[in-house]
Unconditional design. Structure first.
Length: 139
């Protein structure tokens, strides 16, 4: 059970965050609004009952760690991630919605993923993204 591929859903996220044309190199999203990524696994499907996904966002010395959960209502005041049920077209993939809070620092973030499964932990750097301020977001 390993991570095979990460789809940062560039087109979907650009349209949703109104960031089309801002960068051809990085995903560009706005704080206070969730963005989606899809993770494709090799070996077996992801199982929320047995496996845990922990995300870590890093901006220089600042970082936040948060698990991907099945909870419908998430905190709007801190980083969080939710597993989107039934959104993936491949049985070995899962789509995750990551929420940057409205007060998060603006900048170029590294995105890491820790997979905890029974007796082991694997760490992956899964990409970078630019977080912009959001004039449409209260707070």
């Amino acid at each position: 059970f390993t991570l095979k591929y990460v789809n940062q859903e560039h087109l979907t996220n650009q349209v949703s965050h109104e960031t089309q044309g801002l960068s051809s190199k990085h995903l560009v999203v706005r704080r206070g609004k969730p963005f989606k990524i899809t993770l494709l696994f090799k070996g077996r499907p992801f199982s929320p009952a047995k496996d845990c996904l922990i995300f870590k966002v890093l901006l220089g010395d600042l970082y936040a760690e948060f698990p991907a959960t099945l909870e419908k209502s998430q905190s709007q005041s801190q980083w969080n991630a939710g597993l989107l049920s039934g959104s993936s077209t491949h049985c070995n993939s899962v789509t995750v919605c990551i929420f940057p809070p409205p007060h998060a620092s603006v900048g170029l973030y590294d995105l890491h993923l820790y997979i905890l499964a029974q007796s082991w932990v694997r760490r992956y750097k899964i990409g970078e993204f630019v977080l912009l301020c959001n004039p449409w977001c209260p707070g």
